[in-house]
Design a protein around this ligand. Structure first.
Ligand code: FAD
Length: 415
């Protein structure tokens, strides 16, 4: 397999990024650093509040994880809900779940209000069980979700088969069905949000922040194209967080994720699908044009790609991903790989993100560490980070995501 340097994802290739001007103003009320989903959402809500923010991005909007992901918007915690309760406590897990539901409501509303076309649809999500043990485990998560009033259904093998238009392999025993989960074109979402923010008064510029420095009650953002003096800054660079917020170096760890797209075939999958055919899991869905985007299999990479910062796919992980669909759906037929890529996720020790005041950096707010599961938090975090930057006070709703929480103590990273 030939690997080109930093190849474009399916999303980046099917929706060319808008070009930001290299026209950096010297002052701004609030600077948002990083043009992924979280930077775009924060900029949008700041602009809606009349704050005329400045968004800066080092490469291109949706250059990072948002433009290279699986395109899933699945509410809830990164871990299965029962495991999240065990690790974080029931109140925190429930608050995280609720934030993702609120975020989905905000997303629906914003897409409608701003007329953002990003293939958003809610066909639901299937988490497949492979073998009896996984089937029993899904029942544990469903019981925990239902006990807290959240929607989840257990499907047996026959009910699962009824949703997938190709015969299942014997190892598929059933699925957890999340009815309102969504799929979307993540890059188009980012471009649409940024364009909406600009309509509401935001400015954008191409620049790489080298340092974000509190200075005399202001924040100085030092970039490769000059310095911006701002009242406050919001750093939404996820896998790059440690470059700008040194205190989070051991809290947010970059982890490479890899994916590929198969050429269009006739419709087999309506829902987004997750499975654990390997210990680090897989996910796939079929896009409106019939392509299949599939990723995962990190367990096949040396060190599970933890700490790796080159966004390039590797032969061993690509080969493992290519075995997943033929293994689980033996009659799926010929699949032709059209595109391979990688992106940088960011993990924390307790599989929950950080969104808080940046430690030892007055006037600076930071969000990151989404553990490969950021999309369901994006809109609500953007709204809350905008509020934080405008008021100087962390909103109560961000309490589960504070840096100084007991479950987030280094050193152990358990990815
Ligand atoms: C392969 C893969 C599959 C995934 N699948 C899913 C999925 O299906 N569903 C889901 O919920 N989550 C998924 N995730 C995770 C999800 O994509 C992320 O949690 C989310 O996109 C993070 O958004 P972000 O805006 O914080 O970061 P990013 O999208 O990474 O954006 C950060 C931006 O900051 C810019 N930047 C970095 N440093 C600087 C600097 N110094 N100055 C200026 N700009 C800078 C980068 O260029 C980048 O554009 C996946 C991730 C990967 C890699």
């Amino acid at each position: 397999m030939s690997v080109t340097h930093d190849p474009q994802s399916y999303w980046q290739a099917t929706a060319p990024a808008p070009v930001f001007p290299i026209d950096l103003p010297s002052t701004a009320n609030i600077v948002v650093v990083g043009g992924g989903f979280f930077g775009a959402a924060t900029t949008y809500f700041l602009a809606r509040a009349g704050a005329a923010p400045l968004l800066i991005e080092q490469a291109a909007p949706a250059y990072g994880a948002t433009g290279r992901n699986g395109g899933f918007h699945v509410v809830g915690t990164a871990e299965g809900y029962a495991d999240a309760i065990a690790r974080l406590g029931r109140d925190t897990a429930r608050a995280m779940m609720q934030i993702t539901l609120d975020s989905r409501a905000l997303l629906r509303q914003t897409l409608a209000e701003e007329q953002i076309a990003c293939d958003y649809r809610e066909p639901g999500h299937l988490t497949l069980a492979l073998g009896e043990e996984q089937y029993v485990d899904l029942q544990r998560h469903i019981a925990a979700l239902r006990a807290d009033g959240f929607a989840a259904e257990l499907l047996d093998r026959q009910q699962t088969q009824a949703l997938i238009r190709t015969p299942l392999s014997e190892e598929i025993t059933g699925a957890l069905y999340g009815p309102e989960n969504a799929l979307l074109h993540s890059a188009r979402l980012v471009y649409g949000l940024i364009a909406a923010a600009q309509r509401h008064g935001a400015r954008v510029a191409m620049a790489r922040a080298a340092h974000v420095v509190p200075h005399n009650g202001h924040v100085r953002v030092i970039t490769n194209y000059g310095v911006v003096e701002a009242g406050a800054a919001v750093v939404t660079v996820n896998a790059w967080t440690r470059d700008l917020v040194p205190a989070l170096r051991d809290v947010i760890t970059p982890v490479r994720g890899q994916a590929l797209a198969y050429a269009p075939i006739s419709r087999v999958f309506e829902q987004g699908i997750g499975a654990s055919a390997t210990p680090t899991g897989e996910y796939w869905h079929q896009t409106p044009d019939g392509s299949i985007v599939i990723g995962g299999c990190r367990a096949h990479a040396p060190g599970r790609d933890v700490g790796v910062t080159e966004p390039v796919p590797t032969p061993e992980v690509m080969a493992a991903i290519e075995q997943i669909l033929p293994r689980l759906f033996p009659q799926i037929g010929n699949l032709n790989v059209m595109r391979r890529w990688a992106g940088l996720m960011a993990f924390t020790a307790d599989y929950a993100p950080v969104a808080d005041a940046a430690p030892e950096m007055p006037g600076v707010w930071v969000a990151g560490g989404f553990c490969g599961h950021g999309m369901p938090f994006g809109m609500r975090f953007g709204q809350l980070l905008a509020e934080a930057a405008l008021t100087g006070v962390a909103p109560v709703a961000l309490a589960p995501f504070r840096v100084a929480r007991p479950t987030l103590q280094p050193p152990q990273h358990q990815q």
